[in-house]
Every structure is written in structure tokens, then in C-alpha cells.
Design a protein. Structure first.
Length: 713
């Protein structure tokens, strides 16, 4: 998702958490057998791309799970088998922890770290399956099973994080002669154990365990309420003037003579961008920004209170102090200074953008004195048409969903020397889900799933879900993209907006990051295990390829004529896309400051609606829309908690890393593979700042971001 669209829609993204801090599992993974032999396939050579849809009931085992039955989610679900498998994983983890703590001196990597790492891997396996079931299963009973088993997994993870025997075993482990990755891993684990409160007295540890278990349930409540509250409005056909013909064709008139619009992306984005009817936009905006209200207001307050008590018990003044201790920033003051700096440097850009918007509105409404929040996207689109001679709808015929999907795979394949091979008979959780294997120089190196279109009760944002962390010589990495993009219906080409296509590229960037970091000895440093305020940088950088004419012309073909997207049209888009980035940056600062401000003080001082209203007033020219309660659906307040600033922090890094690429040939595999080796492949084996420095040859800086922000076309 590009920056401009992200200003309006806060989405949940990469699941890259700390390993075991207060029992909150991260990067939840699955285990598999050894890599299967694969025939040699030339890099970036695609077989048939449109994979036939098939019933998951045909398969008895997950790919790579030799002899192990899977829950068949479609057709004949078997929750009893699923529960038994999760319980088996937990028992395996218990066995490994028992083996670790019972080992006699001297403590070695083999008798201490190896069983610990395997226990963590098994819990990641179980937690990942539960998370995926909870968010992607069609039936409520199955989602409930996923949610319940997720709680069970997290409860045992909490037990481990507070177990003095486990901590003491790692603490006395001699790593003086170990390799750098192992030293980094053990040092980080010991830090996280202390952050979890393992060194506290018995009563404090008991309280921390209770709070951690409660926090897991609170987070599940918070996200379930968002997922299930898919609100709708009704409109007459005449009220949809301005929307694309294919959009209107896909929205049939109901028995009441009305058309139903919902708040999921395929409806919300086009309506807010193209619909001429102000009332329709306002009503849909209101529903979108009231998802999960009022349910989540109390849930959010409980979340804030519990997190604050956890932080206090382990010696931190606030949750913001606690959670930033493990980030690149290190403390809330650095975050606050960063937000203030971004606000200051974006002031001129935002004022210029707003004046331009208002002037355009006054051409149609001479008495207008302001722009409302629900009007912003609409008037931005009209400015792009009038000032930049660019109509966003002109891109859509060149971006049918199948072509975008093919483009994502072909472009990343060429850049990184990978081959993506469809697996037509893989068991999947819905007939619409596609499975692909990744090959590198003919060798199978990973597997992923694409679940790309809306379904009732499915996770309703766009995100990368790690499924399994790869371990060298032990297990292949797996992951899934769960998105809500156009298409998926018979006869619907799924014409995408540029923001839809960019969302796909962004989320696939997370997937490639996860897959690339799979050649490590320890699961604890593999995958996307790096600091949270870095994880968005690789994906944000990959968005740049969607602005490059040469890249787009490799796949963006008119769905009726087959004509490649014209260079002139792409350049118009690039010039137009520079408009309103100041407004977008400021919206991000509302999110970032809200995230920080509800967690950097005593919960008794937190007025959620009041803080939101004040931040909108301070940072944006659009008036706060009374009666809306956006924080209730701001899923990042759970997952990212106080550190939503990471999106902008990561963007600064992304702009700097992108400056190292050949701007005349972004598909140059030499630079791309050097970047993959330096930044992606190390995973969590080094500090993020060191990864970037290894690639750039210097510490990252602010200059490239400043040039981007100041640029005017």
C-alpha cells in the first residue's frame, strides 16, 4: 500500500515480534520436513500462472508435512485433529525445555541452546497455525478454535519467559567461542527474559503471568471486533456517479432498490476517491471510522491499563518506555523528537497541498472555506486530473488482478534470482487460495500462499502472515499473504487501482524478507526477527518499483487490447503522485503520536477520543469528524502498541536504501541480490542499523527522505 493510501487506511502488516517477551509469541511459524527434490527451473521462468481452484478436502497433508494430517478447512473441517496437533507441539516444547533444564554441566550449545531453540520453534508452529485459522477460516467455530488454541500456546510461552531455570541455563552458557549469530541470539534472549520479569520475586512473576495471559485475550477481542464489524450503507444507483463502470456493474441493485456498499477496501477506496456524491462518501467514511465502536473502547482501555502495569512491574515508568527499549530508537524521547522533526519538516508541504485542494474545491463551490476529511481523497483526485492531467482510473485497465499478481512474481523473481512454481494440488484453507513453491538455482527453498480477495469474516486488511521460519537443513520457510483486493468473482477482471497494486508489492516485500532469511542455524535469528521499527523499510522500498515505467511495462497490459502501459501515462502518475504527500505525512503523524500518547503516561490520564481530536487539530488542516472513533479500529494499537512511528522511521531508511539502486534499471539483479544478501538474508542475526550500513557502506541518513518530501513536480 503506498504512502498516500496509507494515510487514510491504517492496516496491520508484518507480524515481526520479539521471540518470547511476556509470552507474546512473534513471527509465528510452522515446521516441515526436509526440502523435497525439485527439478531445475530457469530463474524467473513462470509456469501457468492462473492456478485452478480446488477443494482443500482433496489433500490429507500440508506440503512438506510428510505423514502428518492437516486440518481440512474447506469441506470437512476436523477441529479435533487440529487441537490434537497443537497440543502435540506444546508437549514437544515441554520435552525440549525439560531436556534443557536437566542437562548437566558443562552447558553447551547442543545441550542447552539447541533444545531451547527447538522449543521456541515448536511454539511458533502451534501459534502460527492457530493465528492463521483464527483469521482466515470461514466458519465461526473454527475461528473460535484457532483463538482458543492461540491462548493455550501463549500461556505456555509465558510460563517459559518467567521460568528461572530456563533463564539460568542460558545465562551460564559459555558463548565466548561461538559465532557472531549465536552470541547475538543468546544476548538478545537474556535481555528479553529480563524484560519479561524473570528476575523478579515469585509474587511478581505470578502477577506478570496473569497479566500476560489477560493481554493475549484482550488483543484477540480487539482484533475480532474489528474483523467482524463489516459495516454497510445503502445508496441509489444515481448516487454512484463518478465510480468506474466495472465497480457499478459488480454492485447489483437489491430487492429494496438500493445498492449496498461496505467498508472493506474494494468498496471503500473507490468510493472515497471517485464518488461525486458527498453524502455517500461522508456516510461510508463515518461507518469506516466507527468500526468496532463502542465495543473496542473498553477493550482498548483495558489493553492500555494492563500494559502499563506490566511495564511498572518490570521497572519501567510506562509501556512506551518498556517497548521502545528493544527498538532502534531505544526510548520514547527519541520517538517524540522524531515525530516533532517530521511535523516540522512537513509543514510547508502540507500547507501547499491544502491550499491547492481548497482552490480546486472553490472552482465548483465558490463559497467553500474548508475541506472535510471525507472529501480529501476525492478532491485530491480532481487536482491530479486538473493540475497534472492524470486520471487515476486511466491506470486501472492496465492493472487487472491476474496481471498484477504475475507482475509481483515476475519482477521479484528477476531481481532476486528466484523461481515461483504453482502447486495445483496443495491443501489450502479456501478454494480461492493459491500455493507456490520458491526455487533458487533449481532447489526448493520455500513455499507461500496467496489469499487475496474478500470473504465474509476473513481478516479484512492486507498483511503478511509468516507461517514457518526456515532453518538451514531442517525446515523450509512458509508464509501467506492475506489481502482484500479486487477480483475473485467470475467474469470480474479485478481492475486494480495503483494503491491496490502497490499493496500487493508491499506485502510481498515482507514475504521475500521472511523467505530470504531462512539459511540460519537457529530459528531465533531466522525470518523477520529484526527490530520492529525496521521491518517496514524493505517493503516500503519495494513500492518504488511500482512507479518505474520499465518495471510496469513488463506486466501492466490493457486487459482488453493487451497494450503495454504507456510511459507517458506512468510519468503523469509519478508527477501527480507527488501531490498531497505533505498531507499524507501529517496523517501518519496523527497515527504515530496517538500510538505513543496513549502508552506514555498513566492510563488514568488517557482520554482516547480527546487525544485523537487534539492530534487531528494540531497536525491536520481537516477538522476532526465528531462522532467518529477511529482508535477502536486502529489494529496497530494492539500489534504495534506505542511504536506506530515505525512506518515513517522505516520510510526514512527505505528512501536512503533506494538511493543505492540504479534508477535507470531498477531490475538490475546485481544490486538487488547484493541488497538481499546484506539486508534481507541476515534476518534477525544483526542489529538493523548494521544491516543497512552493510548495504550502504555508511549509517543511514535523512537526506534522501528530505529530498523526496521537498520535491515538487
Amino acid at each position: 500500500m503506498n504512502e498516500r493510501q496509507r494515510n487514510e487506511i491504517a492496516r496491520i502488516t508484518a507480524r515481526a515480534w520479539s521471540r518470547v517477551t511476556l509470552g507474546l509469541l512473534s513471527g509465528l511459524t510452522l515446521i516441515a520436513g526436509a526440502a523435497m527434490a525439485a527439478p531445475a527451473v530457469p530463474p524467473h521462468t513462470m509456469t501457468k500462472h492462473a492456478v485452478a481452484k480446488h477443494s482443500a478436502a482433496k489433500a490429507a497433508a500440508l506440503p512438506g508435512f510428510t505423514g502428518e494430517t492437516s486440518l481440512v478447512w474447506a469441506g470437512h473441517p476436523d477441529s479435533a485433529k487440529f487441537v490434537a496437533r497443537i497440543q502435540g507441539r506444546i508437549e514437544r516444547a515441554r520435552l525440549m525445555i525439560a531436556r534443557m533444564t536437566a542437562a548437566r554441566a558443562p552447558r553447551t550449545l547442543n545441550n542447552t541452546l539447541a533444545p531451547y531453540d527447538e522449543a521456541m520453534n515448536q511454539l511458533d508452529i502451534a501459534g502460527s497455525e492457530a493465528q492463521l485459522l483464527e483469521n482466515a477460516a470461514d466458519e465461526q467455530p473454527l475461528r473460535n478454535v484457532g483463538e482458543t488454541m492461540g491462548q493455550v500456546v501463549s500461556t505456555y510461552a509465558t510460563d517459559i519467559s518467567l521460568d528461572r531455570k530456563v533463564y539460568d541455563a542460558l545465562k551460564v552458557l559459555d558463548i565466548s567461542k561461538a559465532d557472531d549469530e549465536t552470541k547475538f541470539y543468546v544476548t538478545r534472549e537474556l535481555r528479553d527474559f529480563k524484560l519479561g520479569g524473570v528476575d523478579k520475586d515469585d509474587s511478581t512473576r505470578a502477577r506478570l503471568k496473569a497479566l500476560s495471559d489477560e493481554l493475549v485475550k484482550i488483543g484477540q477481542d480487539f482484533n475480532r471486533n474489528i474483523r467482524e464489524d463489516v459495516r454497510t450503507i445503502k445508496a441509489d444507483t444515481a448516487d454512484l456517479a463518478g465510480l468506474p463502470p466495472d465497480f457499478i456493474a459488480n454492485h447489483k441493485v437489491g430487492a429494496d432498490g438500493k445498492i449496498t456498499l461496505d467498508i472493506n477496501y474494494p468498496d471503500y477506496i473507490p468510493v472515497m476517491t471517485f464518488c461525486k456524491n458527498d453524502d455517500v462518501r461522508k456516510r461510508l467514511y463515518f461507518e469506516y471510522n466507527n468500526r468496532a465502536f463502542p465495543k473496542n473502547m473498553d477493550v482498548l482501555k483495558r489493553m492500555i491499563t494492563v500494559r502499563n502495569e506490566i511495564a511498572n512491574l518490570v521497572g519501567y515508568k510506562t509501556w512506551a518506555d518498556y517497548t521502545t527499549a528493544t527498538k532502534m530508537t531505544g526510548n520514547p524521547k527519541v520517538v517524540r523528537d522524531f515525530i516533532d522533526h517530521i511535523v516540522a519538516v512537513s509543514n510547508v508541504s502540507q500547507e501547499r497541498d491544502y491550499k491547492t485542494l481548497l482552490a480546486r474545491k472553490q472552482k465548483d463551490f465558490p463559497d467553500a472555506t474548508s475541506i472535510n476529511a471525507w472529501e480529501s481523497g476525492y478532491w485530491q483526485e480532481l487536482v491530479r486530473r486538473s493540475e497534472y492531467n492524470f486520471d487515476s482510473q486511466s491506470l486501472r485497465p492496465y492493472l487487472p488482478f491476474d496481471a498484477v499478481e504475475r507482475g509481483v512474481l515476475d519482477v521479484t523473481s528477476k531481481m532476486f534470482g528466484l523461481t515461483f512454481r504453482p502447486v495445483p494440488d496443495a491443501p489450502v484453507w479456501d478454494p480461492s487460495v493459491q500455493c507456490f513453491e520458491i526455487l533458487e538455482k533449481g532447489k526448493l527453498t520455500g513455499r507461500f500462499y496467496l489469499d487475496m480477495h474478500p470473504r465474509p469474516n476473513k481478516f479484512n486488511h492486507a498483511a503478511h502472515f509468516p507461517i514457518r521460519t526456515g532453518i538451514k537443513g531442517v525446515q523450509l520457510p512458509e508464509a501467506a499473504l492475506i489481502c482484500n483486493l479486487p477480483g475473485g468473482k467470475s467474469g470480474d477482471p479485478g481492475l486494480c487501482n495503483m494503491s491496490d497494486a502497490t499493496t500487493f508489492f508491499h506485502e510481498f516485500g515482507h514475504l521475500i524478507h521472511n523467505m530470504s532469511a531462512s539459511q540460519h542455524r537457529w530459528s531465533g535469528v531466522a525470518g523477520v526477527r529484526t527490530e520492529r521499527d525496521f521491518v517496514e523499510a524493505p517493503s516500503q522500498m519495494l513500492e518504488e518499483w511500482m512507479r518505474d515505467p520499465k518495471t510496469l511495462q513488463t506486466f501492466a497490459k490493457h486487459y482488453q487490447t493487451g497494450e503495454s502501459i504507456p510511459t507517458e501515462l506512468v510519468m503523469k502518475m509519478r508527477r501527480a503522485d507527488e501531490f498531497a504527500k505533505g498531507l499524507g505525512v501529517r496523517r501518519q503523524m496523527v497515527y504515530a503520536d496517538l500510538s505513543l500518547s496513549i502508552y506514555d503516561k498513566d492510563p488514568a490520564q488517557v482520554d482516547i477520543d480527546g487525544i485523537t481530536r487534539d492530534l487531528v487539530k494540531r497536525y491536520q488542516p481537516f477538522a476532526f469528524v465528531e462522532g467518529t472513533h477511529f482508535p477502536c479500529s486502529f489494529g496497530h494499537l494492539d500489534g504495534y502498541s506505542a511504536v506506530y512511528y515505525t512506518y515513517m522511521w522505516s520510510l526514512v531508511i527505505a528512501k536512503d536504501m533506494f538511493s543505492a539502486f540504479n534508477q535507470d534499471n531498477l531490475l538490475d539483479p546485481v544490486i538487488a541480490q547484493r541488497y538481499r544478501a546484506a539486508v534481507l538474508a541476515p534476518g534477525g542475526s544483526k542489529p538493523a542499523a548494521k544491516l543497512v550500513e552493510d548495504f550502504l557502506g555508511r549509517p543511514f541518513g535523512f537526506e534522501a527522505y528530505q529530498r523526496w518530501l521537498d520535491r515538487v513536480n
